[in-house]
Write a protein that binds this ligand. Sequence first.
Ligand SMILES: Cc1ncc(COP(=O)(O)O)c(C=O)c1O
Length: 384
Amino acid sequence: MTFDFDTPHPRLGTDSQKWQKYAGRDILPLWVADMDFKSSPAIIAALHERVDQGIFGYARPVKATVDAVVNAMQARYGWQIDGSWVVWLPGLVCGLNVTAQAFAQAGDEVLTLTPVYPPFMTAPKNSARISAQVSFVLNAGRWEIDWAVLEAAVTPRAKLFYLCNPHNPLARVWRREELVRLGEFCVRHNLVLCSDEIHCDLILDPTLPHIPSAALSPEIAARTLTLMAPSKTYNVPGLGTSFAIISDPALRAQFVRATAGIVAEVTALGFTACEAAYRDSEEWRQALLTTLRGNRDFLLDFIARELPGVKVEAPVEATYLAWLNVKELGLPDPIAHFEKHGVGLSEGAFFGAPKSHYVRINFGCTRATLTEAPKRMKAAIAAK
Ligand SMILES: Cc1ncc(COP(=O)(O)O)c(C=O)c1O
């Protein structure tokens, strides 16, 4: 079967957050992490069928939905989970916030590595916990963990570690030895490990496996909760369907207690989409990955040839997001400058990087958009 990732679907004038931001202005939005592609045909068909039922009462996950998740973990990652380990959530940002409340007290510290997806830094603060941040270091074209600095950052108030696996915005796939070292670090310091794996089905480098943090060893699994969702991969973030996988019963009970009465339930349409995503959309996902690999190569090639002063410092191994060093451009506000020339990017400062040094670009779009936007960036650089 062939799938269409080329036809532009006009999103201007729709409820799209990504496109609404620039309504009335000629700015191509390459910021928030959703794609301009339709979801898989299997998801769309399943949703049609569910809508046709016409009854939208309170929903509960049925066995087939849970089985779809369990089987995908086994087939893709060799990770044997039990359906009872799955805790449904309306979003993973919600999951990060619940985690901070469940496993740390006010004034406790939540460690993370920066630059990182902004809620990793803001979630602890939302409930008076403290975000403790350690910067990645760039070594020979590879973003790495500065283990000495990380060790030194641990205080008696550190209770939790937030890991982004694979990493947004660095597009990095963590290798087994790095994950084992991180897991052992958490064991040694008695930290709960919260592993956000929302981008795990979007590995672009076929030689690199995704390794769930909780699959490393029983000892690491006992302190790990894994956050996942079909939202990024299948382009259904607007359906608010995510889940935590927590094997340890006590850890799971503590997490569930923190959700009580506050966290909304997943909707009927969300469950439907989730089941069709994990069970019936593998061929589509593989075609998507081929498209994203092509987009990545096209973009990186254009940047290398045509965008002086813009650097991609490390391989883009996963996600549809690339982290661009724009420091050499010498722009005090690169986002404003690129917007003035018709391209909407994400600001590095939101991820914990210096504002004038980094921007993030989303290449989960049609080739037409990905041809036009970098041309506009070239004009923006020429006009500075
Ligand atoms: C690492 C990571 N976690 C969570 C999310 C968002 O999750 P949700 O929309 O389910 O809250 C994103 C979105 O970009 C993300 O990159």
